[in-house]
Design a protein. Structure first.
Length: 312
């Protein structure tokens, strides 16, 4: 990943890592879960101490599948199977296909939890089913136009398809309808976060004047929000206007929560920033999430029983 691309990945994550500004859960992208090398914590079957990691994972998957044969709607087993298949897919990408079915079941069982549908969309996107991914993202947005995870996912998908105007139109339409939607259900659309995504799309397309105008508008809406200042600083830096950018970096770092300051200072210095996942706050604590995984979307109950072939 190029330095410039990595910088905009950070600002993209910050676009929805709203912490004190929105107070909504932030889901770590499915592809980050595939790239992460940390073990995924989930209830699992008993394993042989002499088994290899690959054999351990396959045993876990078989255990969950046996439970699901008896209890098709067992959500602990469904979540465990998804986590296990994600772990397997790090060395065997074909396992990604086997994540689709349990995610579809979880999405169906939990229609009020959009994170499952977003993960499903990301999984379909990863397998090359872009149309299926788009449908899954749009299904979430039909229920909640301001769902930032679905909005960000669909924008990313459109950009991958070389359809920047479609991405811009989606975001502009979301902003146009924001007042009406928020009147019906307050807080449904976080306008600044949507403007941050729009500014990012403009910047990636090198439409710098439009990007700066978008960030300026967002900054006027909330002078305590560091994100528009950071976005504008990056645009100026991309244009070689480093002297103009530095005061904005400084102001952004001063306003930002502690866990974002290092990344901002790295960006200001023109350095490749730390991995974007490290700046995502945990929904429950506000601290950086330690291990991105599909479990972020729907943590299993703390006292969950083991899902094993012997489970009742």
């Amino acid at each position: 990943m190029s330095k410039q691309r990595n910088r905009w990945v950070v600002i993209a994550v910050l676009s929805i890592a709203t912490l004190a500004f929105v107070g909504v859960s932030v889901i770590v992208p499915f592809t980050k879960a595939l790239q992460n090398n940390n073990p995924i914590a989930s209830p699992s079957p008993s394993l042989s101490p002499s088994a290899s990691p690959k054999e351990d994972l396959e045993a876990q998957a078989r255990g969950y599948e046996l439970v699901l044969q008896r209890e098709p709607d067992n959500q602990i087993a469904l979540r465990g199977l998804v986590d296990t298949r994600i772990a397997q897919s790090r060395t065997d990408p074909s396992k990604i296909n086997s994540i689709i079915a349990p995610l579809e079941k979880l999405a169906k069982l939990n229609p009020d939890q959009s994170n499952y549908s977003v993960l499903l969309a990301q999984a379909k996107q990863q397998t090359g089913d872009r149309e299926g991914a788009a449908q899954a993202y749009r299904a979430v947005l039909e229920l909640n136009r301001g769902d930032m995870n679905a909005l960000k996912g669909l924008v990313d998908l459109l950009m991958q398809q070389q359809r920047p105007e479609a991405a811009i139109g989606l975001l502009q339409d979301t902003l146009k309808s924001a007042d009406e939607v928020n009147k019906a259900k307050p807080g449904s659309v976080d306008v600044i976060s949507v403007e941050m995504l729009l500014g990012q799309v403009y910047a990636v397309q090198q439409r710098y004047d439009e990007a700066i105008a978008t960030y300026d508008k967002a900054a006027q809406s909330n002078k305590e929000d560091f994100r528009p200042l950071l976005g504008k600083a990056l645009v100026l830096q991309d244009q070689g206007k480093t002297e103009e950018a530095q005061p904005l970096f400084t102001s952004a770092a001063a306003l930002a929560p502690a866990q974002f300051k290092d990344q901002i200072n790295q960006l200001a210095a023109g350095e490749s920033p730390s991995p974007a996942a490290s700046v995502v706050p945990s929904p429950s604590t506000g601290e950086p999430a330690p291990s991105p995984s599909a479990e972020t979307a729907a943590p299993a109950p703390s006292a969950a029983p083991e899902a094993s072939p012997e489970s009742p």
